[in-house]
Write a protein that binds this ligand. Structure first.
Ligand SMILES: Nc1ncnc2c1ncn2[C@@H]1O[C@H](COP(=O)(O)OP(=O)(O)O)[C@@H](O)[C@H]1O
Ligand SMILES: [Mg+2]
Length: 250
């Protein structure tokens, strides 16, 4: 098997009486495309939050390229090479699309905003435009966030994460809130761009057609725990998955 890039060992997390993570053990190989499924409240976002430093596990370890990153801050995780997108895109409404990209690049490189006007800033400008192009949204570069269709907002959030040249990308519901006919085109763009850059991908998704089409392996979350870890085909045939998540055979 390919060497794992991301490993979770015995992760547990409680919020009061709620167990949001229950003995999570996984090893994700380099270059893999995996998905996370489960009903609302199953613990998918908590897992993403723990990996990216937004939530500290009560117990357990997270290893990235063999290094223990369990206690890293979100910023340190980002710098190490793990990026994420959010269920609700985290964008600055007062800025346009290109400025959002540049802001994200500046924050990660610790530049003051005036840096954009310098010669080196110009290089970042070019990089930002290339990434916007790659995600098919460069035509929106001068538009304010509020004017963007939901799908473009989602793509921008992912493009911003991608501009940081990550090794691992965690996408939290990349197609939620997007019109049904836009879901496949969005996933095509995102998966192609990430694969071309050799990024390991983990995405949270409710739509089983998308899960089946794009992921090599699926982790099924239920009540904070993983109840199945399998290929999409095997997973859909799993009685526990049918009972607790998909509501029956397809
Ligand atoms: N910051 C928090 N404070 C309290 N409870 C939380 C917090 N984050 C998540 N939870 C709870 O943990 C459980 C798992 O949530 P979450 O990981 O967001 O689920 P999912 O993403 O699968 O819908 C839910 O019961 C949720 O209400
Ligand atoms: Mg969630």
């Amino acid at each position: 098997m390919t060497e794992p890039v991301l490993v979770a060992e015995g992760l547990n997390k409680n919020f009061g009486a709620v167990t949001a993570a229950r003995d999570i053990n996984i090893a994700i190989p380099k270059g893999a495309v995996w998905s996370l499924i489960g009903t609302n409240g199953a613990g998918k976002t908590t897992f993403v939050n723990m990996v990216t430093g937004y939530t500290k596990p009560d117990q357990g370890k997270i290893l990235f390229d063999g290094k223990d990153i369990t206690n890293y801050s979100p910023r340190k995780v980002t710098r190490a090479g793990i990026r994420r997108s959010f269920q609700i895109p985290q964008l600055c409404a007062e800025l346009n699309v290109l400025e959002n990209m540049l802001l994200s690049l500046s924050i990660n490189a610790d530049h003051p905003p005036s840096f954009w006007r310098s010669a080196k800033g110009q290089q970042e400008n070019e990089r930002a435009l290339i990434v916007l192009e790659q995600f098919g949204i460069s035509d929106y570069r001068d538009r304010l966030i509020g004017e963007l269709p939901a799908g473009v907002r989602k793509l921008l959030d992912i493009a911003m994460a991608m501009a940081g040249s990550p090794k691992v990308m965690l996408l939290d519901e990349p197609t939620s809130g997007v019109a049904a006919e836009e879901k496949f085109p969005i996933m095509d763009l995102v998966i192609d761009a990430l694969r071309a850059a050799d990024v390991t991908i983990v995405f949270v998704e409710h739509d089983m057609d998308i899960v089946t089409r794009y992921s090599e392996r699926v982790l099924a979350f239920y009540n904070g725990g993983i109840i199945a870890n399998d290929t999409p085909e095997e997973l859909l045939a799993d009685p526990d998955v049918q009972r607790y998540i998909t509501g029956g055979p397809k």
